[in-house]
Design a protein around this ligand. Structure first.
Ligand SMILES: [Mg+2]
Length: 242
Protein backbone atom coordinates (compact mmCIF):
# COMPACT_ATOMS: atom_id res chain seq x y z
CA UNK A 1 0.00 0.00 0.00
CA UNK A 2 1.27 3.44 -0.84
CA UNK A 3 0.03 4.69 2.51
CA UNK A 4 2.61 2.48 4.22
CA UNK A 5 5.33 3.76 1.87
CA UNK A 6 4.25 7.35 2.49
CA UNK A 7 4.47 6.73 6.22
CA UNK A 8 2.39 7.86 9.15
CA UNK A 9 4.01 11.30 9.31
CA UNK A 10 2.50 12.19 5.95
CA UNK A 11 -0.93 11.05 6.98
CA UNK A 12 -0.76 13.11 10.18
CA UNK A 13 0.77 16.29 8.70
CA UNK A 14 -1.34 19.37 8.08
CA UNK A 15 0.56 20.04 4.86
CA UNK A 16 2.34 17.63 2.52
CA UNK A 17 4.66 19.02 -0.15
CA UNK A 18 5.20 16.58 -2.99
CA UNK A 19 7.99 16.57 -5.52
CA UNK A 20 6.90 15.70 -9.04
CA UNK A 21 9.61 14.10 -11.20
CA UNK A 22 10.78 10.80 -9.79
CA UNK A 23 8.20 11.00 -7.02
CA UNK A 24 4.74 11.18 -8.62
CA UNK A 25 5.73 10.83 -12.27
CA UNK A 26 8.58 9.55 -14.42
CA UNK A 27 8.85 9.76 -18.19
CA UNK A 28 5.39 11.25 -18.51
CA UNK A 29 3.77 8.33 -16.66
CA UNK A 30 2.30 8.32 -13.17
CA UNK A 31 4.34 6.21 -10.76
CA UNK A 32 2.52 3.33 -9.07
CA UNK A 33 0.37 4.50 -6.18
CA UNK A 34 0.62 8.20 -7.07
CA UNK A 35 -3.05 8.60 -8.00
CA UNK A 36 -4.18 6.90 -4.80
CA UNK A 37 -1.80 9.03 -2.74
CA UNK A 38 -3.19 12.27 -4.19
CA UNK A 39 -6.74 11.10 -3.54
CA UNK A 40 -5.92 10.14 0.01
CA UNK A 41 -4.06 13.37 0.83
CA UNK A 42 -6.64 15.58 -0.90
CA UNK A 43 -6.45 19.30 -0.19
CA UNK A 44 -3.62 18.79 2.34
CA UNK A 45 -1.03 18.33 -0.40
CA UNK A 46 0.64 20.54 -2.98
CA UNK A 47 3.22 19.86 -5.65
CA UNK A 48 6.50 21.80 -5.41
CA UNK A 49 8.62 21.27 -8.50
CA UNK A 50 11.72 22.87 -9.99
CA UNK A 51 9.95 22.83 -13.37
CA UNK A 52 11.20 25.94 -15.20
CA UNK A 53 9.16 25.57 -18.36
CA UNK A 54 5.44 25.05 -17.75
CA UNK A 55 2.62 27.05 -16.22
CA UNK A 56 0.57 25.40 -13.47
CA UNK A 57 -2.34 25.06 -15.95
CA UNK A 58 -0.14 23.17 -18.42
CA UNK A 59 1.16 20.91 -15.72
CA UNK A 60 -2.32 20.22 -14.37
CA UNK A 61 -3.24 19.05 -17.89
CA UNK A 62 -0.16 16.80 -18.08
CA UNK A 63 -1.06 15.31 -14.71
CA UNK A 64 -4.64 14.73 -15.81
CA UNK A 65 -3.41 12.98 -18.95
CA UNK A 66 -1.39 10.67 -16.71
CA UNK A 67 -4.43 10.00 -14.52
CA UNK A 68 -3.41 12.27 -11.65
CA UNK A 69 -5.88 14.80 -10.28
CA UNK A 70 -4.38 17.99 -8.86
CA UNK A 71 -5.91 21.42 -9.07
CA UNK A 72 -3.83 24.17 -10.60
CA UNK A 73 -3.79 26.26 -7.43
CA UNK A 74 -1.89 23.52 -5.61
CA UNK A 75 0.84 23.21 -8.24
CA UNK A 76 3.84 25.40 -7.40
CA UNK A 77 6.49 25.52 -10.12
CA UNK A 78 9.84 27.29 -9.99
CA UNK A 79 9.42 29.03 -13.35
CA UNK A 80 5.94 30.37 -12.72
CA UNK A 81 6.86 31.36 -9.17
CA UNK A 82 9.85 33.33 -10.50
CA UNK A 83 7.45 35.30 -12.68
CA UNK A 84 4.85 35.74 -9.92
CA UNK A 85 7.35 36.96 -7.34
CA UNK A 86 9.03 39.38 -9.75
CA UNK A 87 5.67 40.82 -10.77
CA UNK A 88 4.83 41.41 -7.09
CA UNK A 89 8.19 43.00 -6.31
CA UNK A 90 8.64 45.06 -9.44
CA UNK A 91 5.23 45.43 -11.06
CA UNK A 92 5.38 46.14 -14.77
CA UNK A 93 9.17 45.89 -15.01
CA UNK A 94 10.96 45.10 -18.26
CA UNK A 95 12.21 41.56 -18.15
CA UNK A 96 14.48 39.65 -20.46
CA UNK A 97 13.06 36.13 -20.41
CA UNK A 98 15.22 33.16 -21.28
CA UNK A 99 12.39 30.71 -20.78
CA UNK A 100 9.62 28.88 -22.62
CA UNK A 101 7.00 30.77 -24.67
CA UNK A 102 4.34 29.79 -22.15
CA UNK A 103 6.24 31.41 -19.26
CA UNK A 104 6.66 34.54 -21.37
CA UNK A 105 2.87 34.53 -21.82
CA UNK A 106 2.47 34.04 -18.07
CA UNK A 107 4.74 37.05 -17.44
CA UNK A 108 2.62 39.22 -19.76
CA UNK A 109 -0.50 38.07 -17.97
CA UNK A 110 1.08 39.18 -14.67
CA UNK A 111 1.76 42.65 -16.09
CA UNK A 112 5.50 42.23 -16.70
CA UNK A 113 6.94 43.55 -19.95
CA UNK A 114 9.03 40.96 -21.74
CA UNK A 115 11.90 42.78 -23.46
CA UNK A 116 14.65 41.88 -25.87
CA UNK A 117 17.07 44.71 -25.18
CA UNK A 118 17.15 46.98 -22.11
CA UNK A 119 15.78 45.16 -19.09
CA UNK A 120 15.35 45.66 -15.35
CA UNK A 121 15.48 41.94 -14.68
CA UNK A 122 16.45 38.68 -16.34
CA UNK A 123 14.52 35.47 -15.71
CA UNK A 124 16.52 32.39 -16.60
CA UNK A 125 14.61 29.15 -17.00
CA UNK A 126 14.81 26.04 -19.13
CA UNK A 127 15.02 27.84 -22.46
CA UNK A 128 15.05 25.21 -25.21
CA UNK A 129 15.75 27.91 -27.77
CA UNK A 130 18.78 29.31 -25.94
CA UNK A 131 21.11 31.03 -28.41
CA UNK A 132 24.37 32.94 -28.57
CA UNK A 133 22.36 36.15 -29.05
CA UNK A 134 20.21 35.49 -25.97
CA UNK A 135 23.33 34.75 -23.93
CA UNK A 136 24.87 38.00 -25.10
CA UNK A 137 21.73 40.01 -24.30
CA UNK A 138 21.39 38.44 -20.84
CA UNK A 139 25.07 39.02 -20.02
CA UNK A 140 24.78 42.64 -21.10
CA UNK A 141 21.64 43.20 -19.02
CA UNK A 142 23.09 41.57 -15.91
CA UNK A 143 26.38 43.42 -16.20
CA UNK A 144 24.32 46.58 -16.56
CA UNK A 145 22.66 45.93 -13.21
CA UNK A 146 19.54 43.93 -14.10
CA UNK A 147 18.29 41.64 -11.33
CA UNK A 148 19.04 38.01 -12.21
CA UNK A 149 16.34 35.52 -11.20
CA UNK A 150 17.24 31.88 -11.80
CA UNK A 151 14.35 29.40 -11.82
CA UNK A 152 16.38 26.44 -10.56
CA UNK A 153 20.03 25.49 -10.05
CA UNK A 154 19.76 22.01 -11.61
CA UNK A 155 22.43 21.26 -14.22
CA UNK A 156 20.73 18.35 -15.98
CA UNK A 157 17.94 15.87 -15.50
CA UNK A 158 17.72 12.33 -16.80
CA UNK A 159 15.80 11.87 -20.07
CA UNK A 160 14.48 8.77 -21.83
CA UNK A 161 17.05 5.98 -22.00
CA UNK A 162 19.39 7.83 -19.65
CA UNK A 163 19.90 10.75 -22.07
CA UNK A 164 21.23 13.99 -20.58
CA UNK A 165 18.65 16.80 -20.60
CA UNK A 166 20.27 20.21 -19.96
CA UNK A 167 18.51 22.20 -17.25
CA UNK A 168 18.49 25.82 -16.16
CA UNK A 169 21.71 25.52 -14.11
CA UNK A 170 23.65 24.60 -17.25
CA UNK A 171 22.48 27.82 -18.90
CA UNK A 172 23.36 29.72 -15.73
CA UNK A 173 26.91 28.35 -15.96
CA UNK A 174 27.20 29.83 -19.45
CA UNK A 175 25.83 33.17 -18.30
CA UNK A 176 28.14 33.37 -15.28
CA UNK A 177 31.07 32.54 -17.55
CA UNK A 178 30.25 35.80 -19.34
CA UNK A 179 29.37 37.99 -16.36
CA UNK A 180 31.82 36.75 -13.74
CA UNK A 181 30.58 36.41 -10.16
CA UNK A 182 27.36 38.40 -9.83
CA UNK A 183 24.59 38.18 -7.25
CA UNK A 184 21.52 36.23 -8.33
CA UNK A 185 18.43 34.73 -6.79
CA UNK A 186 17.44 31.08 -7.12
CA UNK A 187 13.74 30.27 -6.82
CA UNK A 188 13.78 26.46 -7.01
CA UNK A 189 14.69 23.82 -4.44
CA UNK A 190 16.82 23.64 -2.32
CA UNK A 191 16.26 27.40 -1.84
CA UNK A 192 13.30 28.33 0.39
CA UNK A 193 10.90 30.11 -2.02
CA UNK A 194 9.00 27.07 -3.33
CA UNK A 195 8.67 25.48 0.11
CA UNK A 196 7.39 28.76 1.56
CA UNK A 197 4.92 29.22 -1.31
CA UNK A 198 3.69 25.65 -0.84
CA UNK A 199 3.16 26.10 2.89
CA UNK A 200 1.39 29.42 2.32
CA UNK A 201 -0.94 27.69 -0.15
CA UNK A 202 -1.72 24.90 2.31
CA UNK A 203 -1.87 27.11 5.41
CA UNK A 204 0.69 24.96 7.20
CA UNK A 205 3.84 25.82 9.18
CA UNK A 206 7.25 24.16 8.98
CA UNK A 207 6.42 22.12 12.07
CA UNK A 208 3.16 20.85 10.56
CA UNK A 209 4.53 20.15 7.07
CA UNK A 210 6.39 17.22 5.54
CA UNK A 211 8.24 17.13 2.22
CA UNK A 212 8.08 13.90 0.20
CA UNK A 213 10.60 13.70 -2.63
CA UNK A 214 13.20 11.54 -4.31
CA UNK A 215 16.14 13.95 -4.20
CA UNK A 216 17.86 14.36 -0.83
CA UNK A 217 20.12 17.13 -2.24
CA UNK A 218 17.22 19.39 -3.20
CA UNK A 219 14.00 18.14 -1.56
CA UNK A 220 15.82 17.00 1.57
CA UNK A 221 18.37 19.77 2.11
CA UNK A 222 15.85 22.51 1.35
CA UNK A 223 13.19 21.08 3.64
CA UNK A 224 15.53 20.52 6.58
CA UNK A 225 16.94 24.05 6.35
CA UNK A 226 13.44 25.33 7.03
CA UNK A 227 12.72 22.77 9.75
CA UNK A 228 10.37 20.73 7.54
CA UNK A 229 10.48 16.95 7.96
CA UNK A 230 11.82 15.23 4.85
CA UNK A 231 10.65 11.78 3.78
CA UNK A 232 12.59 10.22 0.96
CA UNK A 233 10.51 8.72 -1.85
CA UNK A 234 12.56 5.63 -2.54
CA UNK A 235 11.82 3.86 -5.84
CA UNK A 236 11.54 0.48 -4.16
CA UNK A 237 9.01 1.89 -1.72
CA UNK A 238 6.84 3.09 -4.57
CA UNK A 239 7.17 -0.25 -6.32
CA UNK A 240 6.09 -2.02 -3.12
CA UNK A 241 3.14 0.29 -2.95
CA UNK A 242 1.82 -0.79 -6.35
MG1 LIG B 1 12.41 14.57 -8.14
Amino acid sequence: MLERAMDERMLQARGVLLDLDGTLMAGGQALPGAAAALRRLGARCAIVSNDAEHTPAELAAKLRAAGLAMEESRILLAGALAVDSLSRERPGCRVLMLTSPSLIGHARAQGLRPASGEADAVILGRDRTFTYEKLQAAARAVRGGALLVVCNPDLTHPGPGGAVVPETGALLAALLACTGAVPYRVVGKPEPALFLAGMARLGSTAASTVMFGDNPATDGVGARRLGITFIEALPHKLAEAA
